[in-house]
Design a binder for this molecule. Structure first.
Ligand SMILES: N[C@@H](CCC(=O)N[C@@H](CS)C(=O)NCC(=O)O)C(=O)O
Length: 233
């Protein structure tokens, strides 16, 4: 593609999933950082969530769909060359990321008032906010998300959010079954999805705890190596 533009929030797990794919395949992309208060930057779009990817003027919505579409365009031979079992496995774990893993993130990063502030410090520092919004959103957002995350925790039947995060990390490592990546010697779309959604929490308390208290660290480091530098231009 000639021109790829990602409309995103820097700290959003779904957006980071798309970036993991673009970075891994070295697809140069521009970023438009959307201000979450007002979303003026995507006012032109009927679809009101991020990520949105524009590829040579064609709009793609939803992280998983974006990645499937791009994979089909950029690597037309990749998926058809997989065995049925490999395809099924990749599909199953991509669904696990969207249906399970992402739901563990908010309860963890907003677990305590301290962690909620840490998360919002990161979100407001990296995000597109005016100085005034940044100053107020950090505290208002942290307070709101602290309470909202308790509701999310109930909705998704999570009792101990950290235990659930470590368990998910170990479940993933078990699924790797001693392979370097689920894709074997190279990451597949499930590897990229897990890595992408975990990346924005990696340097928060919850991410540090996850690395320290689960077996996911070695795979995570291999993924950092494999994905390499950002392809952002
Ligand atoms: N299923 C979508 C979920 C996208 C999503 O929920 N994005 C959030 C940001 S993390 C969003 O844009 N929420 C609406 C809002 O901010 O108003 C995907 O995988 O891309």
């Amino acid at each position: 593609p000639k021109e790829v533009i990602l409309y995103q929030y820097e700290a959003c797990p779904f957006c980071n999933k798309v970036k993991a794919f673009l970075d891994y395949y070295d697809v140069p992309y521009r970023i438009v950082e959307v201000n979450p208060l007002g979303k003026k930057e995507i006012a032109w779009s009927e679809y009101k969530k991020v990520p949105i990817l524009m590829v040579d003027g064609e709009q793609m919505n939803d992280s998983t769909e974006i990645i499937s579409t791009l994979d089909g365009k950029l690597n037309p031979k990749r998926s058809p060359a997989l065995t049925a079992a490999a395809k099924e496995e990749e599909e199953k774990w991509r669904k696990w990321v969207d249906g399970h893993l992402v739901h563990l993130l908010s309860p963890n990063i907003y677990r305590s008032t301290k962690e909620a502030l840490q998360a919002f410090d990161y979100i407001t520092r990296e995000g597109n906010f005016t100085a005034w919004e940044r100053a107020t959103a950090k505290y208002a957002g942290a307070a709101a998300m602290y309470f909202i995350s308790k509701r999310l925790k109930k909705r998704h039947n999570i009792t101990d959010e950290r235990a659930a995060l470590y368990e998910a990390a170990n479940t993933w490592v078990e699924a790797l079954d001693n392979r370097s990546f689920m894709g074997g010697s190279k990451p597949n779309l499930a590897d990229l999805a897990v890595f992408g959604v975990l990346r924005p929490i990696r340097n928060l308390d919850s991410g540090n705890d996850m690395i320290a208290n689960s077996k996911i660290g070695a795979w995570y480091s291999r993924m950092e190596q494999a994905v390499g530098n950002s392809a952002r231009v």
